[in-house]
Write a protein that binds this ligand. Structure first.
Ligand SMILES: [Ca+2]
Ligand SMILES: [Ca+2]
Ligand SMILES: [Ca+2]
Length: 373
């Protein structure tokens, strides 16, 4: 009896110590595995093992010479710092009488390519067995050259020296994920280069361009005609937007504008899409709408500063209407002539003898906006 009681106490203690209250005695808990040691130098660093105190060389490559023999582009070697047995660093050995600055190279890679406008900071410490200078290049992967610059020239002395560079990725560097250092440039003779505390940080991702639609009630399902202004040919120039039930796509509502058969000018009949935004030169835009007419017709378009206030003879080119619904789309950049306007005017009496109805639905005028990531 006494023996049985102590067994129960021991079993209860064992169960509460492991935390597995639902376990039976036959369960075999998984062995404890210590979590990997986290190197504080890795935090925020796009380069893994930048301190070189681990063994991971996934982000380091060397096109180098070992015992005077070309070793090609392979993983870089981490060695004990010759001046400090408690420290580790990368060693890259160059060659005598190189034929080009890039006979020997060191490459630092990151796992994701950078895009135009990404703001980044690179730093490391370097030294060499002889004073040296290395230029840097942007590559995709090691050896996939993009452009002859990246983080500037690096100066090496026989003592550890910190180098640092901050900048933005430009169009020629887009897609880069490797910094290449040319180690056969100066001096033109064999020496050992050392790299340590390598850090490549993202300061700020480039904002993403997105389309922002500025047309109110573009699908015509509401009553707001702030952005949708019509002028029928027989209205004597008066604005009178008509949103008509059933005239739209799939029986929905749409704007209807009617031309007349004895027009004096192409703009006797017009439809205006006006937005609460003044176009800036160079601004990217996307104009899109669904349209049709009761007879085939073509319409020129103009830029206006308000409905009826002419600015320029072209805005989104010529629109060709058929009797079927179709999507008209125009992308472009606001020109100097269009800058300052805010309205697309569509001339619906370019055929001065055509009296017909034009239908407009699902109208969007989008301006490109940059959204922070
Ligand atoms: Ca190599
Ligand atoms: Ca180190
Ligand atoms: Ca509609």
């Amino acid at each position: 009896m006494k023996q049985k009681k102590s067994f129960i106490v021991l079993a209860a203690l064992a169960l509460s110590a492991t935390g597995f209250y639902s376990c039976t005695q036959t369960d075999n808990p998984a062995p404890y595995v210590a979590p990997p040691e986290v190197d504080p130098f890795d935090e925020g660093n796009m380069v893994v093992n930048g301190s070189c105190e681990g063994t991971n060389v996934a982000n380091f490559f060397a096109n180098d010479y070992i015992d005077g023999v070309k070793d090609g582009t392979t993983s870089a070697r981490i060695v004990e710092d010759p001046a400090d047995p408690t420290n580790h660093c990368i060693i890259v050995t160059s060659n005598d009488n190189p034929s080009a600055d890039w006979d020997s190279q060191f490459f630092v890679t990151i796992d994701e390519p950078l895009g135009v406008g990404d703001e980044v900071k690179f730093s490391m410490r370097v030294k060499a067995d002889k004073p040296a200078v290395a230029s840097s290049q942007s590559h995709v992967l090691p050896g996939q050259y993009l452009i002859y610059y990246m983080v500037g020239d690096v100066n090496f002395t026989e003592e550890w020296t910190d180098v640092e560079w901050t900048g933005k990725i430009d169009g020629s560097q887009a897609g880069m994920q490797t910094i290449a250092f040319n180690l056969s440039q100066n001096p033109k003779e064999a020496t050992n280069y050392y790299f340590d505390n390598i850090r490549f940080e993202m300061i700020k991702k480039a904002p993403i361009p997105t389309w922002k639609n500025l047309v109110v009630n573009g699908d015509c399902e509401g009553t707001d005609v702030t952005c949708l202004v019509g002028k029928d040919g027989d209205d004597g120039g008066a604005f009178s937007t008509k949103i008509v039930d059933g005239a739209g796509v799939d029986g929905s509502r749409a704007v209807v504008v009617t031309s007349h058969a004895n027009a004096a000018e192409g703009w006797d009949t017009q439809f205006f899409i006006t937005i609460d935004h003044v176009f800036q030169q160079g601004e990217q835009f996307l104009f899109r709408m669904k349209c049709r007419a009761d007879a085939a017709a073509s319409a020129s378009t103009q830029a206006h500063t308000a409905p009826g206030a002419y600015k320029h003879w072209d805005m989104v080119g010529t629109i060709n209407f058929t009797t079927e619904w179709q999507t008209f789309e125009k992308r472009g950049a606001i020109s100097a002539d269009q800058a300052g306007s805010n309205t697309i005017a569509i001339n619906l009496n370019d055929d001065k003898t055509l009296a017909t109805k034009f239908y407009f639905d699902d109208i969007e005028f989008c301006i490109e906006e940059l959204v922070e990531q």
